[in-house]
Design a binder for this molecule. Structure first.
Ligand code: ADP
Length: 259
């Protein structure tokens, strides 16, 4: 689904050049749940921008679905730390927004509105928000807004979901609830995920593969597969094998921060 082959990305600014990624390679299979963890400033967001085609590599190649990325990638949905709901639209209208923008839905939107509305309500049902469809974002908690934001990023049925620290602003309980929501959406819809996170427990609970990045200039220094059986209950986070994995990842990150 995704291949970065020996990618280097340097930002050129007034104060000189910053190399955010150097000679980075990564592979993500179709349907895989991949997590990327690493110290702050190591280039995680840069990696997301490369995959979605918002920026182009200085050298090396980025491909998605076997095609070299040369501009914004249409098969990707995205969600960020901030839910970024439009305050003047109801939750349902926020969720339907991509259908008004992204082709081929945009041309069909008027004719297919009733079917799209049903699709949005079904998706809101999966995340437990069906009864809140007519509320405005400011009437809901941060966790509820982030659930709606996940629905909005999936409404056009993207093959690839790119998540940049989507749960970082939530309290610990809400965050774990949202892990389960994301797990269920992924299992039901079968898209490919790249999740950038600081939270090693989050990566270990959700991912099939965890890629650890070095400090800047970022590079994948370790890729680990996570073999806890699925479906994974939240209780897995309290098992010794889980705690061991998180400890090992923490050790690796401490090592790369000092290197
Ligand atoms: P992360 O998401 O891991 O915190 P980023 O990918 O945002 O890291 O940034 C990696 C490095 O590149 C950081 O040192 C950051 O300051 C720098 N950087 C990011 N975007 C730009 C930009 N547009 N211009 C110059 N430097 C940038």
């Amino acid at each position: 689904m995704i291949r970065l082959d020996d990618v280097t990305l340097s930002y050129k600014g007034r104060s000189g050049e910053v190399t955010a990624l150097r000679n980075t390679s990564i592979d993500v299979k179709r349907g895989e749940f991949a997590a990327v963890v690493g110290p702050s400033g190591c280039g995680k967001s840069t990696l997301m921008k490369l995959v979605t085609g918002l920026i182009r590599p200085t050298s090396g190649t980025v491909s998605v679905e076997g095609q070299i990325v040369t501009g914004p990638v249409k098969v990707a949905g995205m969600a960020f730390q901030n839910a970024n709901m439009l305050p003047w639209r109801t939750v349902l209208d926020n969720v339907m927004l991509p259908l008004e923008i992204v082709q081929p839905h945009r041309s069909r939107f008027r004719a297919e509105k009733a079917a799209y509305r049903t699709r949005a309500l079904d998706l809101l049902g999966v995340v437990g928000l069906r009864d809140f469809a007519d509320r405005f974002p400011w009437e809901m908690s941060g966790g509820m807004q982030q659930r709606a934001s996940l629905c909005r990023s999936l409404i056009h049925e993207p093959a690839l979901l790119m998540l940049d620290e989507p749960f970082a602003a939530l309290d610990a309980f809400t965050r774990e609830e949202l892990w389960a929501v994301l797990r269920d959406l992924w299992q039901r819809l079968g898209f490919t995920v790249v999740l950038v996170t600081h939270d090693l427990r989050e990566a270990a609970f959700l991912a099939d593969t965890i890629h650890v990045m070095s400090a800047r200039p970022g590079r994948i220094v370790e890729s680990r597969s996570v073999d806890f059986p699925r479906p994974r209950p939240l209780e897995v986070c309290y098992e010794p094998a889980f705690t061991d994995l998180v400890h090992q990842l923490r050790g690796k990150i401490a090592e790369v921060r000092q290197a």
